[in-house]
Design a protein around this ligand. Structure first.
Ligand code: ADP
Ligand code: MG
Length: 519
């Protein structure tokens, strides 16, 4: 397919005039039968790469995404464009799932969206065996890497599932660009070779700022001031804990007088969806179609106070402020969260409210993200004593039996599986059919050493985040360098440090200006 044909197809099927940077190259790479790793910032238009390629590849395009809440939106957008697509996930009842599986087997869809957990589902695997997968798209692919900022053990199973599909052409997509994570993606998906397509990370309409706020009271005062300058748009305030999410949301409501909701992983799914939808506040099912955003009007939710559970895939265009009330664990996480501001291209602010004390919370997360060796043993023993040979268990059952939180359980199960001490034979709803094998002390020791290596890595990532907060150099330059993007760090309003260095009009050359506010 030549360049003109590809553009014609883009216009005919999606109504976009032109490709955005990197899109054409990525689609062309796939149509030439070459695996690709696509690294583009959030909002750059990664979905289009596999959606357009899907139309020109034989067979089914299977999209793996961890974002169940956003699948319906994506599928609705495709259906509106007369592209047959569906999703199969736990929000559907058993009848509907069976119906879609049947249609899948009959080749009714060009694209099907599933979560990585679904790949273990027996009925889904069965339907897939009767289907030729022409393209496998692994979205949010950084989740496969334990060096990424959102490691999800279920992603490690994709390579095996890919093998069962006959090693189809594969595209991995992510906004996390560090070379180490890219290499992990290629290795852990088992791609023999691949082309990397990495586009620019500069977001010229974002202004970066760090405010030194040693005490919580200073943070609240700074937040109040920032929100009072919002002037119509929306804001996301990221906090470090669930409790802070609730308390800061109260503050925004009561003291700042703005409608605000909190969002964290402790809320039930229904509440999370409600908050997310209230914040997105667009006409349902038309996401991505130009011109269908409603302007945020009275009564629409403008402020969400959230932990990092909120936001993957959030593309409300008029977010004017992303404020961090707590220090993120990595610059990747920070840039991804801050990048949810200014999707419409208009000026927006990314402000980190920094207290050196915040480091302690991140250090706690680092030390508690994986089970210790004796906790892995406890998990193994709990599974063994649950039944003869094998047992149906949910993470909740295991949590009750071992006292371990969900994060540690999931990592522990993955470690046991990798050590050959556990087989996960299949899932049904929240329960897993687990069959313990022989205990493998050596492999578990290796896993423990890996955990320690990962912790060292995360400590150094945290140190980079702290260095960003404490630096007096150009913050945009620090961020772009971190992602391996060495293009000029140009922007109309760059960052607090650059503003401070800029000579005041009329001042003699080389004179330092007083601290200039960003707004
Ligand atoms: P990402 O996954 O990279 O964060 P998305 O795939 O969700 O980004 O796309 C973000 C938005 O950009 C969507 O609303 C999409 O419809 C739009 N978009 C993608 N490609 C183009 C294009 N070539 N021209 C105009 N808009 C586009
Ligand atoms: Mg995306």
């Amino acid at each position: 397919m030549n360049a003109a044909d590809l553009t014609a197809s883009l216009r005919a099927h999606f109504g976009f005039r032109d490709f955005r940077p990197g899109q054409r190259e990525a689609v062309a790479c796939l149509l030439a039968g070459q695996h690709a790793v696509v690294v583009m910032p959030t909002g750059a238009g990664k979905s289009l790469v596999y959606q357009l390629a899907a139309l020109h590849r034989p067979g089914l395009t299977l999209v793996i995404s961890p974002l169940i809440a956003l699948m319906k939106d994506q599928v609705d957008g495709l259906l509106q464009r007369n592209i047959p697509a569906t999703y199969i996930n736990s929000t559907l009842d058993a009848d509907e799932q069976a119906h879609r599986l049947g249609a899948l087997g009959q080749g009714a869809y060009r694209l099907v969206y599933v979560s990585p957990e679904r790949l273990r589902n027996a009925a889904f695997g069965e339907a897939l065996r009767r289907t030729a997968v022409g393209l496998l798209a692994v979205d949010e692919a950084h989740c496969i890497s334990q060096w990424g900022h959102d490691f999800r053990p279920d992603y490690l199973h994709i390579a095996a599932a890919r093998g069962a599909m006959g090693d189809p052409l594969t595209v991995a997509l992510t906004a996390t660009a560090t070379p180490q994570v890219q290499a992990d993606i290629v290795r852990l998906l088992g791609l023999p070779s691949s082309q990397a397509i990495v586009t620019g990370f500069n977001r010229p309409n974002l202004a970066f700022e760090v405010r030194y706020t040693a005490e919580p009271a200073a943070k609240l005062a700074a937040l109040q001031e920032l929100l009072s300058g919002l002037d119509g748009g929306a804001a996301i305030v990221y906090v470090g804990t669930r409790r802070d999410a609730e308390e800061v949301a109260d503050f925004v409501r009561e003291v700042c007088g703005l409608r605000a909701e909190f969002y964290h992983a402790g809320l039930d799914a229904e509440t999370r969806t409600r908050v997310q939808n209230a914040f997105l506040s667009h006409v349902p099912g038309t996401s991505g179609v130009p011109g269908t955003w409603r302007l945020a009007g009275r009564g629409d939710l403008r402020v969400v106070v959230a932990t990092n559970a909120f936001g993957m895939g959030i593309d409300r265009p008029d977010v004017r402020l992303v404020a961090h009330f707590a220090l993120p664990g990595t610059l990747e996480a920070y840039y991804q969260e801050a990048g949810r501001a200014g999707r419409d291209g208009l000026p927006a602010r990314a402000v980190l409210l920094y207290s050196p004390k915040d480091r302690a919370l991140q250090e706690w997360f680092i030390e508690n993200d994986a089970p210790a060796a004796d906790e892995v043993r406890g998990l193994y023993d709990a599974i063994r004593s649950a039944g003869k040979g094998q047992a149906w268990l949910s993470t909740e059952d295991l949590s009750l039996a071992t006292g371990l939180p969900e994060v540690k359980l999931k990592v522990g199960l993955a470690q046991l599986e990798a050590a050959g001490s556990l087989q996960r034979l299949g899932d049904a709803g929240p329960r897993m059919l687990l069959r313990p094998g022989p205990w493998n002390a050596g492999a578990i020791e290796v896993a423990a050493a890996n955990v320690e290596a990962r912790r060292r890595h995360r400590r150094s990532q945290l140190a980079q985040m702290v260095a960003y907060a404490e630096s007096n150099a150009c913050r945009r330059r620090i961020l772009l360098d971190h992602f391996g993007d060495h293009a000029a760090a140009e922007a109309p309003v760059c960052c607090d440090n650059c503003l401070q260095r800029r000579p005041q009009p009329g001042a003699p050359e080389g004179a330092e200006s007083a601290a200039a506010p960003l707004s």
